[in-house]
Write a protein that binds this ligand. Structure first.
Ligand SMILES: NC(=O)c1ccc[n+]([C@@H]2O[C@H](COP(=O)([O-])OP(=O)(O)OC[C@H]3O[C@@H](n4cnc5c(N)ncnc54)[C@H](OP(=O)(O)O)[C@@H]3O)[C@@H](O)[C@H]2O)c1
Length: 277
């Protein structure tokens, strides 16, 4: 079993440097796959109302706790979906997520997308602040926020987001946003860290993988970890779930990190935050 190092968020709460993401994990498979991940040593799980698999996440977490794993060692993230933005509807959506998860508290709740056309992310975040103040969630944050959304949010609210979860991988390195996060004390969490698998065919990365006796996925995940990103790869087999966590026993050299830095092309595998309604 491998364990990822724990990293403090800006409020001192610990999160794992590498967790398990469950976007597109079908609901009937979710509890088994999350249990597989917890058995492999994962302690952070990333879900969302959109993924329609919160029940399975909660079932696996409760089973692990019943089996002796302390709840405090597990970190569960969920997110409010775009059609529930607004103060009251976000509070209601949180309650519905908690009912599906069947947990007493959530570790982190995020605004899934800023949806600037709706112009509701400020009251939505104020609802997150209320939940945080009530102790129902240990950390709050955002996802897919661009610099202009972060600046406006920070001017209008009190709690600095713990995390901005963004699409981030060697083809889309998000340098401006990462620098802003560092300045503001916001952790960068990388979604689609493997570009949804697209990066795994890259010949340069295959060369680095051969040199280290690792897989291409492990090279990319190691690059994330060494770059200081929190990372949440998704995988659907026991072997790949375990493989993705096994990245803490080798180091990429400065030259190898430069090789990965040179792959930045701005190529997205998901939606553009400014365009998401
Ligand atoms: N906040 C947001 O807007 C947002 C958006 C997207 C994703 N996310 C989060 O980020 C997580 C990860 O992103 P993602 O699922 O889009 O993409 P990803 O983790 O970059 O890639 C997942 C794909 O890579 C494959 N894969 C994973 N490990 C592999 C390995 N070791 N060898 C070969 N193939 C491997 C998976 O295949 P198999 O599944 O077949 O094993 C799957 O097709 C999501 O699950 C979700 O929690 C958040």
């Amino acid at each position: 079993m491998h364990l990822a190092p724990k990293v403090p968020l800006n409020n001192g709460v610990l999160i794992d440097a590498l967790g398990y993401g469950v976007y597109k994990v079908p609901a009937p498979d979710c509890a088994d796959l999350v249990s597989t991940a917890l058995d492999a040593g994962y302690r952070t799980v990333d879900t969302a109302a959109l993924y329609a698999n919160e029940e399975g996440v909660g079932q696996a977490v409760r089973a692990a706790v019943d089996g002796g794993l302390p709840r405090e060692e597990i970190f569960v993230t969920s997110k409010v979906w775009n059609d529930r933005q607004g103060y009251d509807s976000t509070l209601a959506a949180f309650g519905e997520s908690m009912d599906r998860l069947g947990l007493e508290y959530l570790d982190m709740f995020l605004i899934h997308w800023p949806c600037p056309a709706q112009d509701l992310y400020i009251p939505t975040y104020k609802a997150l602040e209320t939940l945080y103040g009530e102790g129902r969630v240990r950390a709050i944050g955002v996802s897919n926020f661009e610099p202009e959304h972060l600046h406006r949010l920070m001017d209008a609210t009190d709690v600095v987001p713990a995390v901005n979860q963004i699409e981030l991988h060697p083809w889309l390195q998000q340098r401006e946003l990462r620098a802003l996060h560092a300045e503001l004390g916001i952790a960068t969490q990388a979604w689609s860290p493997l570009a949804r698998g697209g990066l795994l065919e890259d010949a340069t990365l295959a060369g680095l993988a051969a040199a280290h006796g690792k897989s291409v996925a492990q090279i990319v995940l190691r690059w994330h970890v060494q770059s200081g990103h929190l990372v949440i790869p998704k995988a659907s087999s026991q072997a790949r779930i375990a493989e993705n966590l096994n990245v803490f026993d080798f180091v990429l050299s400065g030259t190898e990190m430069d090789t990965l830095a040179a792959m930045d092309s701005g190529r997205r595998s998901g939606s553009d935050p400014g365009a998401m309604k």
